[in-house]
Each structure stands twice: as C-alpha cells, then as structure tokens.
Design a binder for this molecule. Structure first.
Ligand code: MTE
Ligand code: MO
Length: 210
C-alpha cells in the first residue's frame, strides 16, 4: 500500500508487499477463540477512561449506525505472513469517535476492546490517523460474523492484530499498556513495513516493560 508508482498513481494490486509477506487470494478468517453471537439489544459501544469530561460515552447499535459513514481502501497484513490487498472498508472514522467523545489532553494511547476481552493498544496518533476506521462493511457488504460483524477496527498501517473484530469500546489511557497479543510476544508498535513482529525486537521506548 502507499507506494508511489513513477506516474504518481497508487495501484494497490501492484504495490509491493511489506517485507516477509505473501499475497493471499480470497479472505481467510483468522482469530483466537469463538465467534461471538451479536445481541443487538445488549450491544453498546463505550468510550471510557480519560475522557475530557471524565464521563463515559455510549452508543447503542442503532445510534452507532447513524454516525457519519466513510470509506477507506486498505490492505490487511497478518503477522503470520499473508496479506490481502485493496478492500474497501466502510464505517466510522476513529477520528469521528475522538471528536464526539474527546480525550483528556493527557491521553497518549488507547486500548480498543472487543468481545471476550480481546484488546489491542494503539498510540493515540495511530488511532487518530486519517485512515483508521471502525468498519461495518467490506466492499459494500455488511461484515460477516466471522470477519467481525457488527464492528471491527481497521488500522491500515499496522499489522492486523491491532484491528480487533467485534469491537465494543475504546479506553483512553494516559500511559501505554499492552493489549492481548502485545502481552503474548507480539510487537507493541506493529509496523509491517519495519517488520515489527515480535516483542523481542522492540527498541527501548517502543513498549512498556514486559
Ligand atoms: N476480536 C479479535 N479480533 C481480531 C483477532 C482476534 O483474535 N480476536 N485477530 C486479529 C488478526 S491476528 C487478524 S490477521 C485479523 C483477521 O481478520 P479476518 O479474519 O477478517 O481476516 O483479525 C484481527 N482481529
Ligand atoms: Mo493476524
């Protein structure tokens, strides 16, 4: 993604893959644990932690679906070395969530929480990135249960474990803390172009103590 061709066009299918990745045809399902069953009347999206007003902000499913809808074309790079290119993700920009539920000035990181306690930590700047999106759709169709329905995060510039499926909320944090895979040997920052796969590769300052 994002390689400029000589003519200045971005052609995702022809862009080189991050180092060590291979192209995957189709769209495999990859996750740890069972696929949760969506219960619309119990679902809520919750923003909590260090919000600017010290209150939590909640949207039920119907409310969440009325938020401004955008699309982002993004590749997905799994740390187990396969990549899927050029899907169009539709949903709500993470920036929109930050605007509607502003973080306190002291917030530096977020934890994105999903069903069954799956989590992924992100630097606020990665979360606030232009292309970071809470997706409800892929290529114009609602996500399937296996791929994260009703909501998943896509962070195009990071390995895909940083994008929880079945998202339920965001915690604003004033210090970094490791998420599910980051506690289990994966890199705290997860830039695929720098091959930041494993926590033993972290340089001082790239992650909290293990
Ligand atoms: N809740 C949850 N989200 C998750 C995971 C998981 O185990 N649980 N796995 C991540 C990983 S490692 C990858 S590669 C992508 C895979 O998304 P896909 O199944 O739609 O291809 O989901 C990510 N999101
Ligand atoms: Mo993955």
């Amino acid at each position: 993604m994002g390689q400029e061709q000589s003519g200045g066009h971005r052609i995702s299918q022809e862009a080189p893959l991050p180092p060590g990745q291979r192209l995957q045809r189709g769209w495999p399902v990859t996750h740890y644990g069972p696929v949760p069953k969506f219960k619309p009347d119990r679902w809520e999206f919750r923003v909590f932690g260090a919000t600017s007003d010290a209150d939590k902000h909640c949207w039920n499913h119907e409310e969440f679906t009325t938020l401004p809808f955008s699309t982002v074309v993004a590749d997905v790079h799994c740390v187990t070395k396969f990549s899927m290119l050029g899907a169009e993700w539709g949903g709500v920009h993470a920036k929109t969530v930050l605007d509607l539920a502003p973080p306190a000035p002291s917030v530096t990181h977020v934890m994105v929480w999903a069903e069954y306690g799956y989590s992924a930590n992100l630097r606020l700047a990665d979360f606030a990135g232009d292309r970071t999106i809470f997706a409800t759709h892929r290529d114009g169709e609602l996500l399937t249960a296996e791929h994260g329905f009703p909501l998943r995060l896509i962070v195009p510039h990071l390995y895909a474990w940083k994008g929880p499926k079945w998202v339920r909320g965001v915690e604003y944090m004033t210090a970094d803390r490791r998420g599910f895979w980051e506690e289990r040997g994966y890199h705290n920052l997860a830039d695929p172009w720098a091959e930041q796969r494993y926590s033993y590769q972290e340089e001082p300052g790239e992650g909290p103590e293990l």
